[in-house]
Design a protein around this ligand. Sequence first.
Ligand SMILES: NC(=O)c1ccc[n+]([C@@H]2O[C@H](COP(=O)([O-])OP(=O)(O)OC[C@H]3O[C@@H](n4cnc5c(N)ncnc54)[C@H](O)[C@@H]3O)[C@@H](O)[C@H]2O)c1
Length: 244
Amino acid sequence: MDLFEHGAVIITGAGKGIGRATALTAAQEGLAVAAWDRDSVALDELVSVIGAAGGTAKGFVVDVGDSSAVETALDASFAFGDCRYLVNNAGPLSRPTSPMTFEDGLVLAMGSVYQVTTGWLKRAGDDAESVVSLSSISGTTWAGGASDIYYPVAKSAIAAYMKEIAVRHRGRPRANAVAPGGTITARTQDHINTPGSLEQFARSPLGRPAEAQEIADVICFLLSPRASHVNGVVLPVDGGYAIT
Ligand SMILES: NC(=O)c1ccc[n+]([C@@H]2O[C@H](COP(=O)([O-])OP(=O)(O)OC[C@H]3O[C@@H](n4cnc5c(N)ncnc54)[C@H](O)[C@@H]3O)[C@@H](O)[C@H]2O)c1
């Protein structure tokens, strides 16, 4: 049986990595996918893979840091489908390739989640079922000191924001966060296989980083009615890394 009976999900940063795996899983589990990304090539590929498997998806080229583009994409996504689900996945790198001020990093990483979620809540109204946002263990249970400072601060704020929604909206929608540990994706592939990084993972209980699919499965569970009594949690998905 599918995880979802009906509806559509907006997934930001759906072109690659955790967002892409989440989009593929959500489509397999019965949702239409409004896939947002600034990378149009990655979106085209994703939409065609979902379509070939019998699912429904549409790509929306949008930078979540561009507030007017976000409003346009929200309108277009609600015209596409009954967007009762939201996954806030897109976010800047923990160590950006070009330097970003603390303020700019916070606005891009946290402000964009606030804007997308606020606009989604306004449009979905009482139909808003569930939102899941991507935090990180580096913003919740672990301080690694390896990221630009805005990154753990924003990821901690995203977790707090989900808890606030969970309480203030009284479960309509349910709001939860996922806090991944190191996960093999495009953003991490250059440093996750370095000797220092592998040595850190070897000391953790599972001894390895996550695959994107292992994060996507948890996101889709939290989004779905199977998690109907889970509200306001920040769920680490890190193989036990943060407790060691
Ligand atoms: N990979 C990890 O180890 C890890 C660990 C903890 C948390 N996270 C979080 O998970 C989320 C996804 O990470 P990932 O590793 O899959 O990333 P990724 O870099 O592999 O993929 C991110 C996708 O988002 C898109 N994107 C980036 N910025 C965007 C923007 N401003 N507007 C629209 N699209 C944008 C990119 O084009 C890309 O398709 C992020 O929020 C990240 O902070 C990742």
